[in-house]
Design a protein around this ligand. Structure first.
Ligand code: GDP
Length: 435
């Protein structure tokens, strides 16, 4: 029997609420696998009144019976992984079902230092990274001087690799104005000890995922970050270093593209982002921005705590996102946050130098010059907790008519059906349209 895999990706800048969508979809899956990014990602999942924040471990771990995979496309920060494992164990969640790819690259302390130094040197072209060393770890992967999880398990290999890499990194750090030495001996001690702690979790996860699929089991592939910060199709250079789009799932977990038949794009009902870079539909600091950021929005980065910039939905952006991901359905989150606004806008095209376009430009300069052309929608009343639960129980038809109009337009704009609508942070605050 052959079972296809489902990919869940962010359609915007990340923080769309993928964690909750994955959590809902994980119900039927045997394996939940992450395929990109590192500890710069942050999922928040609320189960009952408990909030869980994950940077590395797939949130599927909360189901207790899922095999959770950190794929080869992820860059792993071992001390952080050990800490997340400890936290889960202390809160009574078993971790034996976690598996980490032996091919996943390791984020080293010098990557963090380099991240901060590189960002400082880039000035106004800084990507606004989380300074967690993710970019430099991917740089080393591509430059073939990275360390992989499998290297931490073999003292001889680790020592030999560090012998070559540590002096290279020290030179680089010094050239960039760094002061710290890269202590080979200390790194060896620390990372071989971490390897020993993690040994039981490390394996060939590509084989594991393919076996599950061959055995007719469902596999859920969870993307971190979002399509608009993807290294190829995001707003370059104001993005991340990994492949965040659906295709990245194949290389990042080790499966063939024919395995994937379902791609769920998670779209926040408005747009938000942390960090710098062009943002055509950004709302200047006013009461509407305030509403979106604070009224139930909680628009502060999970990893950085930075307030997010907020704006209206962006049609050309979502069209690009669909083009490069091939969404088969959308999960729209945070519809509740729009409640209470009188008017809601959606950007349907850009005006670029007097010409109308629905394409999202590759040139950052052109993007800066784009003026959004909006279509305005009637708002709906704010929903209190009781109202949210009532609507979630009764389903789509119970949503205010204006909210349904907005969703129908969004589905038409992207050209993809909507399968889930989020109207609150909880797992249960989700309307399933059963697509
Ligand atoms: P992710 O990285 O895409 O999983 O996003 P984050 O976890 O950083 O941010 C999502 C936040 O939005 C979390 O705090 C969720 O609890 C919350 N959230 C998810 N869906 C909804 C929704 O439909 N409504 C509201 N109000 N909050 C939501």
């Amino acid at each position: 029997m052959f079972m296809p895999a489902t990919v869940v990706v962010g359609a915007q800048f990340g923080d769309e609420g993928k964690g909750k969508v994955v959590d809902c979809l994980a119900e039927r899956a045997l394996v939940v696998a992450r395929f990109n990014g590192g500890s710069n990602a942050g999922h928040t999942v609320k189960v009952g009144d408990k909030a869980f924040k994950f940077h590395l471990i797939p949130s599927g771990i909360l189901h207790r019976d899922k095999v959770c995979v950190i794929g080869n496309g992820v860059v792993v920060d071992p001390p952080l992984l050990v800490e997340e494992l400890r936290d889960l164990e202390e809160r009574g969640y078993p971790t034996e079902l976690l598996r980490v790819s032996e091919r996943a690259h390791v984020v080293m302390p010098y990557h963090r230092t380099l991240d901060a130094l590189e960002e400082a040197l880039k000035g106004d072209q800084a990507a606004g990274t989380t300074r967690r060393g993710i970019g430099p770890a991917y740089e080393d992967k591509a430059a073939r001087v990275g360390l992989r999880m499998v290297d931490l398990l073999d003292e001889e290999v680790l020592r030999e690799k560090l012998r070559v890499v540590a002096p290279m990194k020290e030179r680089l750090l010094r050239a960039y104005g760094g002061k710290e030495a890269v202590d080979q001996g200390r790194l060896f001690e620390e990372y071989s000890a971490l390897g020993a702690k993690l040994r039981d979790y490390v394996c060939d996860t590509s084989a594991l995922v393919n076996e599950a699929l061959d055995g007719g089991r469902e596999v859920l592939l969870e993307g971190a970050q979002g399509s608009l910060i993807d290294v190829d199709f995001g707003i370059y250079p104001y993005g991340t270093s990994s492949s965040c789009i659906a295709g990245g799932a194949c290389a990042g977990v080790g499966i063939g593209p024919t395995r994937i038949t379902r791609v769920v794009g998670v779209v926040k009902a408005f747009t938000s982002r942390v960090g710098t870079g062009p943002f055509p539909t950004e709302i200047p600091d006013n009461s509407v921005a305030d509403h979106l950021r604070t009224t139930g929005g909680g628009e502060y980065g999970t990893t950085t705590g930075r307030p997010r910039r907020v704006g209206w939905l962006d049609g050309p952006m979502l069209r690009l996102s669909h083009r490069v991901n091939g969404f088969t359905s959308l999960a729209v989150t945070k519809m509740d946050v729009l409640g209470g606004l009188k008017k809601i806008k959606v950007c349907v095209a850009y005006d670029l130098g007097g010409k109308r376009t629905t394409e999202f430009p590759a040139s950052t300069k052109a993007l800066e010059a784009c003026r959004p052309v909006y279509r305005e929608f009637e708002g709906w009343d704010a929903m209190d907790q009781e109202e949210v639960r009532r609507i979630a129980a009764r389903g789509y038809a119970a949503l205010p008519e204006e909210a349904r109009d907005y969703l129908a337009f969004l589905s038409e704009l992207v050209g993809v059906p909507i399968e889930k609508v989020g109207i609150g942070p909880g797992r249960e605050d989700t309307i399933d349209l059963g697509t």
